[in-house]
Unconditional design. Structure first.
Ligand code: ZN
Length: 479
């Protein structure tokens, strides 16, 4: 019988904080500027330049720490992590080793076996590095320091996860907490949230951990799940063949669905950490912690309960609506304007989710205004347009945020309630289809459906279906 193995996973999650300026200088953190335009002597590591800590970074780190049940190191310090790499102009990264701002927290995730707590070892503040661009055509490498000095928090979990599903649930949980706090947009694709996976396997029931590897370069939940499965298999194969797993950093290649060794894994002593002499230690008073606590917004779990109670919508709906802070904001703003929570929820859950999927977009990318969705709902409610037309108008709102009233007016999409005009149209269609009248007389109900369909098509979907049915029946009975 083959042996049973247990996978042990811990995560290091880097999150770029949503501050306007960098952690130690006044340069912009905006994504996507021309190379090296958001830079100054501090973030390009010029000799003699001095860092000054951005207070907002401490506040965001505190907010995340408090929301993940961490204890706070009220006296915390910055340390230099020394290493040479061209994207790191100072030849050291300012980080925290000895006294990180938050430690010993936890978050709760849902697993197939019920709720589970995942421990958070620590959260520390640090600066991001620049970006190297390898130009294969010109056979050279270029460096862009716009990202150098962008504030990060690194959230280090305990090795408490046992499967890819648990890892994804943990990441989702962190992402939602941080997005709700407004501390980061947490976009994996753009790199504002990045996860390194530490993984080892051991025989089921073993006390000691196996040798772990670290995997980098994971920029989607799907890539993370595939990398975990791939690495787990690789390590089990090595063990079964009697070989050793080597402690190393590996790069996952999601296209090839395989990983390769990058470098042997360093330990803390390899970096020659020492306290940064340019930065004062940070003292976080009880009052400061209290102020941050008082400002904490409503988080997802609280919204979930409130939506079901206040708006009487099912838990399933509430879960989808709150799965993105941005979508929850749109939901609440729209309900405020039209007072129809279930209707708003339906437009978001059905049509919006369908269009997002079609365009391969995230709920974070929804850009229509609550005002326009509210107006659309009012137009349907007042019977000005029917539901079929409303769907096409919504597609325009979704894509271009059009004003529905104006759009319906311009395109002539209002329901035709002019009974006289409808009668004339239907009579024409009946006259042109004598066979249908014959079939109808012989008891084929379908024949009536055919005439109704022809009428709706002739009216370009704008007729009121109830009224059309009524007139068709009346005229066919007479014919
Ligand atoms: Zn700068």
């Amino acid at each position: 019988m083959s042996k049973q193995y247990e996978t042990v996973i811990g995560l290091e999650v880097h999150v770029e904080l949503a501050t306007k300026t960098k952690i130690f200088c006044g340069c912009s953190t905006a994504f996507g500027g021309a190379p090296n335009t958001h830079t100054c002597p501090v973030c390009t590591g010029m000799p003699g330049s001095l860092p000054v800590l951005n207070k907002q970074v401490v506040e965001y780190a505190l907010a995340v720490g408090l929301a993940t049940n961490c204890s706070i190191n009220q006296y915390c310090k910055f340390d230099r992590k020394n290493y040479f790499y061209p994207d790191n102009p100072q030849n050291y990264q300012i980080s925290q080793l000895y006294l990180p701002i938050c430690h010993d927290g936890w978050v709760e995730i849902e697993t197939t076996a019920g709720k589970k707590k995942i421990g958070i070892h620590e959260i520390h503040m640090e600066e991001d590095a620049g970006k190297l661009i390898h130009d294969e055509w010109d056979d050279c490498s270029l460096v862009d320091y716009n990202r150098s000095g962008v504030p990060l928090i690194e959230i280090v979990s305990e090795p408490d996860m046992r499967s890819a599903d648990e890892v994804i649930a943990y990441l989702e949980k962190l992402r939602l907490i941080i997005q709700y706090l407004g501390a980061s947009d947490c976009k994996l694709q753009e790199g504002s949230m990045r996860a390194d996976v530490n993984l080892s396997v051991r025989e089921a029931g073993a006390e000691q951990f196996g040798t772990r590897t670290e995997m980098k370069n994971l920029n989607s939940f799907k890539a993370i799940a595939r990398a975990i499965e791939g690495e787990r298999k690789r390590q089990i194969e090595l063990i079964e063949e009697g070989k050793k797993v080597i402690q190393e950093t590996r790069r996952w290649d999601d296209n090839k669905e395989s990983s390769h060794a990058m470098r042997s894994k360093e330990d803390a002593q390899d970096y020659r950490y020492f306290p940064d002499p340019d930065l004062m230690p940070v003292w976080i008073s009880d009052e400061w912690i209290q102020r941050v606590k008082d400002r904490q917004p409503e988080l997802r779990t609280e919204k979930l309960t409130r939506y079901q109670k206040e708006f009487q919508i099912p838990q399933y709906d509430a879960e989808i609506l709150t799965s993105s802070k941005h979508m929850a904001d749109i939901f609440e703003a729209t309900v405020e304007l039209c007072s129809k929570p279930k209707e708003v929820s339906n437009w978001l859950m059905v049509e919006t989710m369908r269009l997002l999927k079609e365009h391969e977009q995230d709920p974070e990318e929804i850009h229509f205004s609550p005002k326009h969705l509210a107006e659309l709902i009012k137009l349907v409610d007042a019977g000005t347009i029917n539901r079929t037309v409303a769907k096409t108008v919504f597609e325009e709102i979704f894509a271009n945020d059009v004003d529905p009233e104006q759009y319906v007016e311009e395109k002539g999409l209002k329901v035709v309630n002019d009974e006289g005009a409808l009668r004339t149209e239907i009579q024409k269609i009946i006259d042109a289809n004598p066979q249908s009248v014959e079939d109808y007389r012989n008891g084929k109900q379908k024949a009536m459906g055919f005439i109704v369909g022809q009428t709706m098509r002739a009216m370009k979907g704008k007729a009121d279906p109830g009224l059309v049915n009524q007139i068709v029946k009346e005229l066919m009975d007479k014919a």
